[in-house]
Design a protein around this ligand. Structure first.
Ligand SMILES: Cc1ncc(COP(=O)(O)O)c(C=O)c1O
Length: 466
C-alpha cells in the first residue's frame, strides 16, 4: 500500500470518529460537587510524588478529557473552559470541527517520521513553518529560531541581545512573567529565583504602565536606567498577562520605541501568551503600532498539541549568535511543525470572530461594573479579558464558578483578577451562558448567598491565598 492510500485511510478514520454523535457536549454538567473523590485521590498522589516547586495549582480538580470548549475531570464533571490550558489549547479540545485537520496532519506525520533533529538535519516541515511564521510577522522580520517552550525562547532572545549589542544590561517590567528557565526567570518580576539560586545579573526594572501617569513615570525610569547602565535590551509584554492583563495607554510603546532607538536598545516582545490570535491580531503589539526587534512565541503555536516555540527577528540580530548557541534536541520537531502549520491556518479563519466576540464580551463586562460593587475594573482585547474584583473574593469567585461548571483563571499580584481567556472557538452563545453563571456568582457573593459548604472548601483548598 502506498502512502496516499494510507493517508486516505487516516482521513476516513478521523471522519468516522468525528461522526460519532454521542461525544457532542453543549453545556457544563456537574455530577459530583468538585473536587470529586477521584480528583481528590489523584491530587493526593501528586502531592506525594511531585516536587513542591513544580506546580502552582489553580483549582483542586484533575482533568482527564475535553471536547470543544469543555474540559472533563476524572469524576465526569464537565466545565466550560475560560482558561485554555494556560492559554495554549486555543482551539479547544478533543476531535472537533476546528481540530480535525490538525489531528489528521498529526496522525499522518506520526506514521511517517516522528522525530528528526532539525539542528543537525533539515526537514521540510520545520522549514515550511519558519516561512509561514515570517509571512504573519511584522515587516522586516526575516529569521526564525525554534525551541520548545516560551521560557527557552526568552533565554535565547537574551543571548541574541547580549551577542548583538555586546551589552549585558536588560530592562524588564515589574511583575512581568517571561518564564521559569534561568534567563527568563531572571527577567521576570515574580519571585521565581531564591537568593541562593541567584540570577543572571544586570537586570533593571521599571513599573508597567496602566494609565498616562504611570506611563510617564515608567518612561522617566527607563530613560534614567538607559543613561546610567549599559543596556542591551528591553523586555516587554504588550499586554502584561499574568500580573492581571494590564493594558498600557496607546502612546506608551511608541515613546518607548523612540527612547530605545536613540540608545540602540533592542525591544524583545514576549508574545508567548498574547500572540497568535489571542487579541484578534497575530501579535498584541500590533494594537500599539510599533515594530519590536525580537518576538518570542510559544504556548498556542501548536494549539497545545505539542510543546514548541519560536524566536522571530531580523537577520542582523539572529546572525550575531554562533552555530550551537540556540539549539536543543526537539527544535523544529516534525510533528510539532506540521501541527503548527495547520493551527495557523485555523486561527487565520478565526481572527475576525475573536475581534467581534471580544467587543461583545466588552459590553457584557461593562454591565458587570455597573451592577456589582465588588468589581473594580473590566478590560481586555479579543479573547484576553480581565475582571478585577476586591482581592478577598478571588478564590471564592473562581471556586463557586467551578461549582457552576465554569473554569476561570485567577491572576494578578493579589489574586484579584479573574482571567477570561477562552479557546478561540468559543461561540457568542457559549460566552453568554458563561457570563450568566459568573453573574450569578457575583450576585451570590454580594448577597451573602454562598453556601457554607462552598466557603469551607475555599478555606481548605486556597489556604495559602486567603
Ligand atoms: C508572557 C509569557 N512568557 C513566557 C512564558 C513561559 O512560557 P513556558 O511556560 O512555555 O515556558 C509564559 C507562560 O505563562 C508567559 O505567559
Amino acid at each position: 500500500m502506498d502512502r496516499d492510500n494510507i493517508y486516505s485511510l487516516v482521513d476516513k478514520f478521523v471522519d468516522d470518529v468525528l461522526n460519532v454523535k454521542n461525544i457532542d457536549i453543549k453545556e457544563p454538567k456537574i455530577i459530583v460537587s468538585p473536587p470529586g473523590p477521584n480528583s481528590r485521590r489523584i491530587i493526593k498522589r501528586d502531592e506525594k510524588i511531585n516536587s513542591k516547586g513544580s506546580f502552582s495549582r489553580l483549582l483542586p480538580i484533575s482533568i482527564e478529557s475535553g471536547y470543544k470548549e469543555f474540559v472533563i475531570d476524572v469524576d465526569g464533571n464537565i466545565y466550560r473552559d475560560h482558561f485554555s490550558g494556560a492559554t495554549a489549547a486555543n482551539l479547544g479540545y478533543g476531535l472537533n470541527e476546528f481540530t480535525k485537520s490538525i489531528i489528521i496532519q498529526l496522525i499522518k506525520q506520526s506514521i511517517t517520521i516522528q522525530h528528526t533533529p532539525y539542528m543537525y538535519l533539515s526537514n521540510p516541515f520545520a522549514t515550511r513553518l519558519a516561512e509561514k511564521l515570517l509571512e504573519i510577522s511584522p515587516e522586516g522580520f526575516d529569521k526564525v529560531s525554534f525551541s520548545v517552550s516560551g521560557s527557552v525562547s526568552n533565554d535565547y532572545a537574551i543571548k541574541m541581545v547580549r551577542k548583538y549589542t555586546k551589552r549585558k544590561g536588560l530592562i524588564t517590567f515589574e511583575n512581568a512573567f517571561h518564564g521559569n528557565s534561568f534567563g527568563a526567570a531572571s527577567v521576570s518580576g515574580f519571585n521565581l529565583l531564591s537568593k541562593e539560586m541567584g540570577n543572571i545579573g544586570n537586570i533593571f526594572r521599571a513599573p508597567f504602565p496602566v494609565d498616562d501617569e504611570t506611563a510617564k513615570n515608567s518612561i522617566e525610569k527607563i530613560k534614567k536606567i538607559i543613561s546610567r547602565k549599559k543596556i542591551g535590551g528591553m523586555f516587554i509584554e504588550a499586554i502584561q498577562a499574568d500580573s492581571g492583563i494590564l493594558i498600557p495607554p496607546e502612546w506608551f510603546f511608541k515613546e518607548l520605541r523612540e527612547i530605545c532607538d536613540k540608545s540602540n536598545v533592542l525591544i524583545i516582545d514576549d508574545e508567548v501568551q498574547t500572540g497568535l490570535g489571542r487579541t484578534g491580531k497575530w501579535f498584541a503589539i500590533e494594537h500599539f503600532d510599533i515594530i519590536p526587534d525580537i518576538i518570542t512565541i510559544g504556548k498556542g503555536l501548536s494549539g497545545g498539541f505539542v510543546p514548541i516555540s519560536a524566536i522571530i527577528t531580523r537577520q542582523d540580530i539572529a546572525d550575531s549568535t554562533q552555530k550551537p548557541q540556540l539549539i536543543t534536541t526537539f527544535l523544529g520537531h516534525p510533528i510539532g511543525s506540521v501541527v503548527a502549520l495547520e493551527v495557523i491556518q485555523v486561527i487565520e479563519k478565526l481572527l475576525p470572530s475573536i475581534r467581534k466576540n471580544g467587543e461583545f464580551i466588552d459590553n457584557l463586562q461593562k454591565r458587570f461594573i455597573k451592577k456589582f460593587k465588588m468589581i473594580r475594573d473590566v478590560r481586555g482585547i479579543g479573547y484576553l479579558r480581565r475582571i478585577e474584583i476586591q482581592p478577598q473574593y478571588g478564590p471564592l469567585t473562581i471556586f463557586r464558578s467551578l461549582e457552576k461548571g465554569e473554569l476561570f483563571g485567577l491572576f494578578g499580584i493579589k489574586n484579584e483578577v479573574i482571567r477570561d481567556a477562552p479557546p478561540f472557538i468559543m461561540s457568542k452563545e457559549s460566552i453568554i451562558q458563561g457570563y450568566k453563571k459568573l453573574e450569578e456568582v457575583f450576585m451570590e457573593i454580594e448577597n451573602n448567598l454562598i453556601p457554607e459548604s462552598t466557603i469551607n472548601k475555599v478555606k481548605k483548598y486556597f489556604k495559602g491565598m486567603l
